[in-house]
Design a protein around this ligand. Sequence first.
Ligand SMILES: Nc1ncnc2c1ncn2[C@@H]1O[C@H](COP(=O)(O)OP(=O)(O)OP(=O)(O)O)[C@@H](O)[C@H]1O
Length: 437
Amino acid sequence: MTDGDALPTAREGARIDVEDVAVSFGETAVLEDVSLTIEPGEFVGLVGPNGAGKTTLLRAMSGSLEPDRGTVDVDGAPLHERSSKGASRLVAVVPQNTGLSFSFDVRTVVEMGRYPHRSRFSPPGEADREAVDRALERTRTAQFADRPIDEVSGGERQRVVLARAIAQQTPVLLLDEPTASLDVNHQIETLELVREFVAEGRTAVAAIHDLDLAARYCDRLVVLSEGAVLESGPPESVLNRNVLAAAFDANAVVTESPVTRTPTVSALRATDAEATVPDRVHVVGGGSTAASVVAELAAADCTCTVGPVTGGDAAAELARGQGFETISVEPFAPLSDVDRAAVRGAIEAAGVTVVADLEVGAGNQLLLEELAGRESIAVVEDRPFTERNHAGERARELYERCRQRGVVTPPTDVLEAIAEAATRTEPSRTELEADDD
Ligand SMILES: Nc1ncnc2c1ncn2[C@@H]1O[C@H](COP(=O)(O)OP(=O)(O)OP(=O)(O)O)[C@@H](O)[C@H]1O
């Protein structure tokens, strides 16, 4: 690449081959036999818990750290065999700590990205000025280009360092937590910018803690755990409950964001109750309370059935996303005999039935008939009864019987309530019928 080059085109992307890389600091092995190939035009997210080795791997990929064993090839040749200028023409880095201690103005910092393209004593040429202006513009840092770098905010400084990397016009961009101190709007802008560069055929690798953002913007996620690659693949296949438990020791559920249609991770508290939750639970009710119950149960590795629910209901969507069965009914229609039989079957197949913020009115009377009198019921109440009460003396009475026999709980303690309800012995059908009389 010469001074006069414009932005690299698709042909100028470079492949990264990491082979059997091992790095130790003193006695501590930090990376062990990491192998990874990243193709031009690919944006890979490195995810993993604190201390997993993400920064160390990025440093090995940038050539700033020579591995104890193994090789890092960029564009077909070992990086550490290239001159530092040669490596800087291939790989630009946006580090986690900007390390800018002198009071340069912002434009001067961005101009540093041009050093690999210039001879030592020559002044910046037209192409350099253009690249710098373009980088300032694309990162929205032009408006404070003349300010000293130590007088801009942490997030602004991060964007300046991104501008410096962009001005470097390399086929490979490595970013360590590029969105860490950015506000929500600049997080999106930064990752959109990385996507633009990837669309130009370049290669990008970013360590990202925010799994939702990583899933939304990266083509592939590589999960590092204890210095090794635990999993690698498209976000929707890599982000699952088992991988999150193995890598992060997290109790998490992965759903699809209805807005971005990409995976979104909700980490939930871990409770002892999980161990005693039955394998199968039926959830009655809908909306956000039922959805949060389904999420907690999915994270606890419990199979749910949900229903009756109407098509677009939040709980129904979430359940279907987890591969759970739902009993779908038409809105505002009374429960048909077939649906009632299906609900009864689901209740009887489940160890516990959760009644989540159920609307109490004539419309749900047949459903309440199925529930009333049973013992292994957890009644979750978030919205006050007055909001859920749609009159109907009989429905109210049946609901009250659910509350008396079941375990009433706020949503926060639902797993504990389910565990308690699971210890109850269900009355026989004769008892239920007698109760009903
Ligand atoms: N220069 C060093 N000397 C000694 N140990 C180091 C050095 N750099 C990193 N480590 C250790 O190596 C391990 C991996 O660190 P690294 O920064 O690569 O992890 P990370 O996945 O980027 O973590 P985080 O998510 O917290 O940024 C950590 O235990 C860290 O303490």
